[in-house]
Write a protein that binds this ligand. Structure first.
Ligand code: FAD
Length: 288
């Protein structure tokens, strides 16, 4: 399929991109890695008059750490995140999640910012970012704003991004001592997308008492969500296999599970419970 015709811009700075986005508003689409937008355009599900390619703005691709806070530029590719030695050491959940995305071609082109902005209900980054309680920096004509990822992800393919607004940075906290994490996913065989994916982060004290926990789940509902009830069941308790399995029974509480040709809603809910228990168990063993 061939997309509708459009005018193409390749700004060299965020400032230049914002001027274009502000000028064309709803008629413009941001292009990052293109691995979600271009298929949509080819299927004519999206037909922007103007395409603003941010892929040539080097200031948007980076990984930095300062005082235990890790900042990631929105244009950083999945592969760069997968292979970062800084992240492997300070926040390995990011490397593990990146490695689970699609295939090597997708990981080489696709970006973390593009994935979060697209908000596919089966995408991997939303789950990991929820588990890490990430904070996002958005820039638009009225300036900058910082928002929690849980508020950013609104519904299927929908975020709080306004026309003309750019996601520029993602921030997470480096894992403190005695923290373990894991990302486990049942892949849909053809695309690699998650039928269900669970990201878990657990911090414990010397007696394995849970000090902090974050669990993000993708693929089950219309958007990725944080499994708050599982977290409540675990926080402050000494963790073991029985307790984890019991808490994981709440993995899809309050979520309307989707059904499609790959999995029924009952099976998705079942997988959410099984993968939550496994991800937590793995995270705990890595913490200790
Ligand atoms: P683009 O396609 O360029 O953009 C996507 C959307 O986000 C567009 O609406 C665009 O306007 C907007 N956007 C992009 N960047 C910004 C920004 N900085 N600020 C505001 N808006 C922005 N994903 C998974 O999670 N797991 C998988 O297993 C997986 N498998 C895949 C397999 C295949 C074959 C393909 C083609 C894709 C797969 N993906 C998968 C999706 C992939 O990760 C995409 O790269 C990602 O969803 C979008 O990132 P992108 O940089 O390509 O964004």
């Amino acid at each position: 399929m061939i997309p509708n015709s459009f005018e193409y811009f390749a700004p060299k700075s965020v400032q230049e991109a914002l001027v274009l986005l502000n000028q064309y508003q709803d008629d413009a689409k941001i292009l990052a890695g293109g691995h979600s937008l271009l298929p949509q355009m080819k299927l004519r599900l999206s037909s922007p008059k103007y395409v603003v390619d941010i892929g040539r703005i080097p200031e948007l691709a980076y990984i930095k750490e300062e005082n235990g806070r890790i900042s990631i530029g929105a244009l950083t590719t999945h592969y760069t995140l997968e292979s970062s030695s800084l992240l492997r050491q300070k926040c390995p959940l990011i490397c593990e999640t990146a490695a689970a995305i699609g295939d090597v071609q997708v990981r080489n082109r696709g970006t973390i910012g593009g994935s979060l902005a697209h908000n596919d209900p089966a995408a991997d980054w939303p789950a990991a970012m929820l588990a890490l309680d990430a904070e996002l920096e958005l820039v638009g004509k009225s300036g900058e704003r910082t928002i929690k990822v849980s508020d950013f992800l609104q519904d299927m393919l929908t975020t709080v991004l306004q026309p003309g607004e750019l996601l520029v940075e993602i921030r997470v906290t480096a894992h403190p001592a005695r923290t373990g994490s894991a990302y486990l996913k049942m892949h849909q065989k053809a695309s690699g997308f998650a039928i269900v994916g669970v990201a878990a982060r657990v911090s414990v004290d010397g007696n394995k008492v849970c000090q902090d926990v974050g669990i993000g789940i993708t693929g089950v509902g219309s958007k990725a969500y944080r499994a708050r009830q599982v977290e409540v069941e675990l926080k402050g308790k000494a963790l073991d296999q029985t307790g984890i399995k019991k808490a994981a029974q709440h993995a899809s509480d309050g979520v309307e599970a989707l059904a499609d040709l790959h999995a029924s809603s009952e099976y998705r809910s079942h997988l959410a419970r099984v993968y939550t228990a496994r991800a937590l168990q793995t995270a705990l063993s890595r913490a200790t």
